[in-house]
Write a protein that binds this ligand. Structure first.
Ligand SMILES: [Zn+2]
Length: 227
């Protein structure tokens, strides 16, 4: 019985590695590295977040909405010029869980490519990292992304949109520090709670012996998804 369980475990473990080529929600459980990610911006919290990241000498990954880059091009440029990683969060934050039209895959493709164009035209960079709104990562999202050379990146922990006290939020983020963690936060809205503890949270991560890296460093992604 024990042997069967071990074999089953190995099969599932390998299966999850095979599937992880396009989709990731965390990095290696064996490296003391984590990544900070900020979604939906650039927006109201971007400037403050950039100040904190600069003060702590940390690089993060910003999953930008095409529509936010178009309305805040200077903030997008500031993110890039401070050495952070730029990633695609689609154009207009369509929730594909509730999108039921027949052209769903085509719509996903259009949303990715529209954001890609705006990012390219504004910042001159091409990213291979996409995160769908609401973490949508069903098979159609994976295959559409792969076709376009993208990796789909979700997160291992995030709770900054919930109606809880900043102190409780901070503790929850702190408790989720672990090897390979991908933390989700947002910079579109004012996000005073995250701004109030981000500096301390970064110190906690470092004090626990972890390195903070970008998503492509965490997952060792060097180019388009052509595997
Ligand atoms: Zn979002």
């Amino acid at each position: 019985m024990k042997k069967i369980l071990v074999i089953l475990y190995i099969c599932f473990f390998n299966l999850s590695i095979a599937q992880s080529k396009t989709f990731y929600a965390d990095g290696s459980r064996f490296d003391k590295k984590v990544a900070l990610t900020f979604d939906d911006g650039p927006g109201k919290a971007t400037e403050k977040i950039l100040e904190i990241l600069q003060e702590k000498k940390v690089k993060a990954t910003f999953f930008m909405l095409g529509i936010s880059v178009a309305s805040n091009p200077d903030l997008a440029k500031a993110i890039l010029s401070e050495g952070h990683e730029i990633a695609n969060h689609t154009y207009g934050h369509v929730n594909f869980y509730s999108y039921e039209n027949e052209d769903k895959s085509l719509k996903m493709e259009q949303e990715i490519l529209k954001a890609e164009d705006i990012i390219k035209n504004t910042l001159g960079v091409k990213t291979f990292l996409v995160r769908f709104p609401n973490g949508y990562a069903r098979e159609d999202a994976i295959s559409t992304s792969k076709k376009l050379g993208y990796y789909v990146i979700n997160w291992s922990f995030g709770t900054d949109w919930k109606d809880i006290l900043a102190s409780q939020m901070y503790l929850k983020y702190k408790k989720a520090i672990t090897s390979g963690a991908i933390f989700l936060m947002h910079d579109l809205f004012k996000n005073e709670k995250v701004i109030s503890f981000l500096g301390d949270f970064i110190d906690d991560i470092k004090n626990e012996g972890y390195e903070i890296v970008t998503i492509s460093e965490l997952l060792d992604i060097k180019g388009p998804n052509v595997k």
